[in-house]
Design a protein around this ligand. Structure first.
Ligand code: EPU
Length: 422
């Protein structure tokens, strides 16, 4: 199990390229199940979550080849049962459910278990599949969905108590591409990753309109064909490096970004006293640490709001920013595990009912800390960059789930980071 050892106090400077989006790649890889023809998907980040998805597709019978960011998938002949041993490792495996059901008329998948960032039910995914005519049964920890005569388009509202569901919207959208007739998803998730999936599906021959808004309309087609697609840049990786640059930088350039997708994160970084400048094309930005950083209040919400996936990293930045910041996570109110570790490094944070009250301290000090989930581990790396001393972060397999070569990218910017095998 690897450890990251971060020597605090170095100054980040220079330029890096942002990778393709993990959260766009996962459903797009799964969507290849919808066609028997070749799909070529570019800029798939080399992270363990995309590797799990590729292993699941292979186990289902897909022919998959991966070389430097490009994945070629052919699902000529596949089975309809996703193996528990692989599915249990990643919650996002649930997004093979919609494509399998649509293509095979049956899908068997393990019910995802608990998750450190909160209770993550799949009721809305199942509500959508039932609306399309699927029969849902639970047995032995598995969900079996059947639609032997095919799915039929329907109107549905996928709003849950915490708002829309990203993978739920993806799952229904994928299933509805091959349903008979028209499907309307109200209260759909509008995240850029949902739009990227819809663009991929449309180039396969699907008829989807409204993706990227709260109402998506899908006109079912008989079959889909193969295609080539390039995944959008990872806005959360970009946001993480923006926060790193604000925390410990002296001028950092991030290339291969999308300004539109970064509006809420950019606004938060600027509000906390730092500067972010984009080039005219909006695909590169320059972040400069401000002279007078100040605390901010942040509330996470569905896109275009401030993303929950950038809550922990911003908490790390605000832990050493003068003033009091109030950070509320409305999507995952229990997603504050990083705060206990940040406190071990000297942060002044109180958690109260899904809200963190952060009083900025002058400096954090190094301590052995433990990563608890993907974004929490990124927050610990950021905190360690500016802390006094050497921080050892264990369980970094969490960070490897979603950040492509994070230690190499930090090294390129001048950070002192080592990966140690223990
Ligand atoms: N929800 C339900 N019922 C459902 C599904 C979701 O009540 O059937 C609730 C959840 O409990 C949560 C809210 O709805 O309170 C939103 O969850 P959502 O379904 O949107 O989450 P997800 O699709 O499972 C994706 C990302 C997460 C990200 C969330 C929210 C992927 C692979 N995962 O998960 O990313 O936090 O959307 O934006 O796209 C990460 O990358 O670190 C990560 C956790």
């Amino acid at each position: 199990m690897d450890k990251l050892v971060v020597h605090g106090g170095s100054v980040l400077k220079g330029a890096i390229n942002i990778s393709g989006s993990k959260n766009a790649s996962l459903p797009i890889l799964a969507a290849a199940i919808l066609t028997g023809e070749d799909c070529i998907i570019r800029r798939v980040p080399d992270v363990s979550d995309t590797n799990y998805m590729i292993q699941i597709l292979s186990a289902l019978g897909a022919d998959v080849e991966r070389s430097s960011g490009t994945v070629r998938i052919t699902c000529a002949d596949i089975t309809d049962e996703a193996p528990y041993e692989l599915v249990r490792r990643m919650r996002a495996s649930i997004c093979v459910m919609g494509p399998l059901l649509a293509r095979k008329g049956r899908a068997v998948i393990s019910l995802p278990g608990g998750c450190v960032i909160g209770d993550r039910p799949v009721d809305l995914h199942l509500k959508g599949m039932e609306a399309l005519g699927a029969k849902v049964e639970f047995e032995g920890g598995n969900i079996t969905l059947t639609a032997p005569n095919g799915l039929v388009g329907a109107e549905m509202d996928l709003r849950g108590d915490s708002g829309p569901t990203v993978l739920g919207t993806d799952n229904v959208m994928m299933a509805a591409t091959l349903a008979e007739g028209i499907t309307v998803i109200e209260s759909a998730a509008a995240e850029p990753e949902v739009l990227d999936l819809a663009n991929f599906l449309n180039s396969l021959g699907a008829k989807i309109t409204g993706a990227g808004t709260r109402r998506i309309v899908i006109e079912g087609v008989k079959e889909l064909k193969g295609v080539e697609h390039t995944v959008i840049p990872d806005r959360i990786e970009a946001g993480t490096f923006m926060a790193a640059a604000a925390l410990a930088g002296e001028g950092v350039t991030l290339n291969r970004v999308n300004r539109e997708h970064l509006k809420a994160i950019t606004a938060a970084i600027i509000k906390s006293g730092h500067s972010v400048e984009f080039n005219e094309a909006g695909d590169s930005c320059f972040i400069q640490r401000g002279e007078n950083p100040q605390g901010v209040d942040l509330t996470t919400s569905p896109y275009p709001g401030y993303p929950t996936d950038m809550q922990a990293q911003m908490t790390a930045l605000l832990a050493t920013t003068p003033g009091t910041s109030v950070i509320k996570d409305t999507i995952f109110p229990q997603r504050f595990m990083h705060c206990a570790e940040l406190k071990r490094m000297g942060a002044d944070i109180k958690i109260d009912h899904g809200t963190a009250i952060v009083r900025g301290v002058e400096q954090l000090s190094a301590a052995p800390v433990m990563a608890s989930d993907l974004r929490a581990s990124a927050a610990l790396v950021l905190a360690a960059l500016r802390a006094k001393g050497t921080t050892e972060i264990s369980r970094v397999y969490h960070i490897d789930r979603g950040y492509e070569h994070i230690d190499e990218k930090l090294l390129m910017l001048g950070a002192k980071v080592e990966r140690v095998r223990v």
